[in-house]
Design a protein around this ligand. Structure first.
Ligand code: WTA
Length: 636
């Protein structure tokens, strides 16, 4: 995939919203709202915050006295679960469906707001009975089942900080995250269904605890039913605990400060050590609910499906918290998109009357491969809005999504954002004219730009660093336990300007539309999942045969990028096909299937700077058959 060629090809291909879409949109006069919001972002966000309940109002909207440690809604008392569940359980909404769930084998479950609220109360009581306290970190490691959001919400209700580890990660990745968060309690499941097979989450959790023995209690949800090891005194079945008298239907919601942490979410950066971004109750609830409501135009009667995994930020913000705050009905599906047949998704859209679908370019490209006949067999007329996230969408996939899935009727919201931003930053709303492959403009109240090395804005159609110029309520507050790294990573590159560095490069076209080019740091987006080169490299060198390793991201038609690895072997090991397979298996086991290199090459040396830093850029240029360019500057 060639992003440059794609941008040039579709820069002038404009899709105007239909008069129906404009008429029915929740947000009218968006351009005026944007202009006002940019003039006075604090007033704008304060107004948005007023749409939610607060136990006690804030005294100051933004405290910017100690940048980059910004504080929002200072002095405000709240709890996101109050807004997401408690308040709905007291109104007519208690009978509305909050969640419709379908398992991969075809089983279904539904939760009204009342039922979900009760389950959360019960599990919150279980957590309290285990001594879980405000501020304590609880790790959650599960497949896509309703107990995952229930566990997250229960943590938040009692003021604990959840750290969800994506179920596609394996032992070492989980162990590192448990260790960093110092979690005493782990919530997991016996297994997860994926492509008709069982992923043995419990045995991976056991191995992770063996490596990070801080865990004292393990709560295990029974999902797949296979035999699992249960350690006496440490492991408990979820359903046993939930049937104890202690798991009563009512539970007091902890009063939280607006700036109290809600969750830690680990993401990949430039070093191997996981980076736990911290999000808080107050600003995050305002930011995620506003962005979801405006961008996906969420209305009472919608059936909204965000097909991401709750284990990533997209799931945290736009499966769990924002839809519940808005009182929406969400759909959630457990398994693989094309299981057992490539029409699985389209069939579910028809069966459940889905009106809004939010997914990733990788998923779309994967489904597009099977041909148009699969979606055409289904009635997709319930859909009215589509969304994309995670990586740049190539215009070909965009057009397929627009014409075949949306049948030319549904605007596509291409939302650019990050784990760090908490919610959408660059995105259209339904009334904005679209260009395939552009995330269009910054959201109301968000100040984004493309700048050069010196922090000066670049001219139209020139590439530069994508930066955010002003704080916003959904921003991550710090890296858990490592505030210096937070400053270093995001705020030091343009320290004099006070800009937040996104790590992406981008350009703006003549109409001011943003085109994201891609990551310019050591992060690789594989199938939209975020991985650090260092994570994969450390998995490789943890194998006894590997002395040194370097990995790069290479463009791929379906997955966006795939990983190529270069390894120097220790003496005594031979570069064989068998070892190659063994190393891939090793990475799968240590980090997870998404981290497995699609290609491993054994080499005698790696290109390095004089100070010993591996020049991945050189490896990549070489792999792409491109001129390596001037490497003298890198030698310094
Ligand atoms: C990329 C995912 C182009 C980008 C929500 C960003 C995108 C990284 C888009 C963050 C998009 C996300 N167009 N690129 N619409 N959305 N990205 O933290 O490189 O998993 O920096 O958050 O994904 O990945 P993360």
């Amino acid at each position: 995939m060639d992003r440059e060629a794609d941008i040039i090809a579709s820069e002038h291909e404009v899709y105007q919203p239909s008069p129906d879409v404009i008429r029915d949109a929740l947000i009218q006069d968006y351009d005026q709202i944007m202009a006002r919001a940019l003039e006075d972002p604090e007033a704008f966000w304060a107004e948005r915050a007023q749409a939610l309940d607060w136990f006690q109002p804030w005294e100051k909207v933004l405290d910017d006295s100690n940048p980059p440690f910004y504080k929002w809604f200072v002095g405000g008392k709240t709890n996101i679960v109050h807004n997401a569940l408690d308040r709905h359980a007291k109104t007519w909404r208690r009978n509305k469906l909050a969640l419709i769930w379908e398992g991969e084998p075809g089983d279904t479950r539904t939760f009204s707001y009342y039922r979900l609220w009760q389950e959360v109360c019960k599990f919150a009581n279980v957590l309290r009975s285990m001594g879980v306290k405000k501020g304590e970190r609880v790790t959650i490691y599960m497949g896509r089942v309703p107990e995952l959001p229930i566990a997250m919400l229960a943590c938040a209700k009692v003021g604990a900080v959840h750290s969800v580890v994506y179920g596609g990660f394996s032992e070492q990745a989980l162990a590192d995250r448990i260790e960093d968060a110092q979690s005493r309690v782990l919530v997991t499941s016996d297994g997860a269904w994926l492509r008709g097979k069982v992923v043995n989450l419990k045995s991976m959790a056991d191995e992770a605890i063996h490596r990070s023995p801080v865990v004292e209690h393990v709560i295990v949800v029974k999902r797949t039913g296979q035999e699992v090891y249960m350690e006496p005194g440490r492991d408990y079945w979820y359903h046993d605990l939930m049937s104890l008298p202690i798991a009563s239907n009512t539970c007091q919601t902890e009063v939280m400060d607006a700036e109290d942490p809600l969750f830690i979410l680990y993401t990949s950066g430039t070093t191997g050590k996981p980076k736990g971004l911290v999000h808080t109750h107050g600003g995050y609830q305002v930011f995620t609910s506003t962005t979801l409501q405006w961008v996906f135009d969420v209305k009472e009667e919608d059936r909204y499906w965000c097909a991401a995994d709750p284990g990533w930020i997209t799931g945290h913000s736009y499966i769990v918290y924002a839809p519940l705050i808005l009182g929406a009905t969400s759909f959630m599906y457990e398994g693989a998109p094309a299981h057992p047949y490539p029409n699985r998704w389209w069939k579910m859209i028809e069966n459940y009357n889905i009106t809004v679908l939010y997914t990733s370019p990788t998923a779309l490209r994967g489904l597009m491969r099977f041909g148009d006949a699969w979606p055409r067999r289904h009635d997709l007329s319930s859909l009215r809005l589509l969304g994309s996230v995670g990586e740049p969408i190539n215009p070909e996939a965009w057009r397929w999504y627009y014409n075949i899935i949306g049948q030319g009727r549904c605007p596509i919201m291409d939302t650019w954002w990050q784990t760090e931003t908490g919610g959408f930053m660059i995105t259209p709303v339904p009334s904005v004219p679209l260009k395939p492959g552009s995330a269009t403009r910054a959201f109301a109240g968000i100040d984004v730009d493309v700048v050069n090395e010196d922090g000066e804005p670049v001219a139209a159609n020139e590439d530069g660093y994508l930066v955010i110029k002003r704080p916003w309520p959904g921003m991550a507050r710090t890296i858990y336990g490592d505030p210096d790294r937070f400053v270093q990573q995001y705020w030091s590159r343009f320290a004099t300007h006070g800009f937040y560095l996104t790590g992406d490069s981008a350009r703006k076209d003549d109409d001011g539309y943003f085109w994201i080019i891609g990551r310019i740091d050591d992060v690789i987006k594989v199938s939209g999942y975020r991985l650090g080169t260092a994570e994969v490299e450390s998995a490789l060198v943890s194998h006894p045969a590997v002395a040194e390793a370097a990995v790069i991201g290479m463009p791929d038609e379906v997955r966006g990028n795939v990983i190529w690895a270069y390894c120097i072997l220790r003496t005594g090991y031979e570069a064989t096909e068998k070892l190659n397979d063994e190393l891939k298996e090793h990475v799968r086991h240590e980090t997870g299937p998404i981290a497995v290199p699609s290609r491993i090459e054994f080499v005698d040396s790696l290109p390095k700077t004089r100070s010993g830093k591996i020049m991945r850029r050189v490896l990549k240029a070489h792999a792409l058959g491109k001129d390596v360019g001037d490497i003298s500057t890198l030698e310094a």
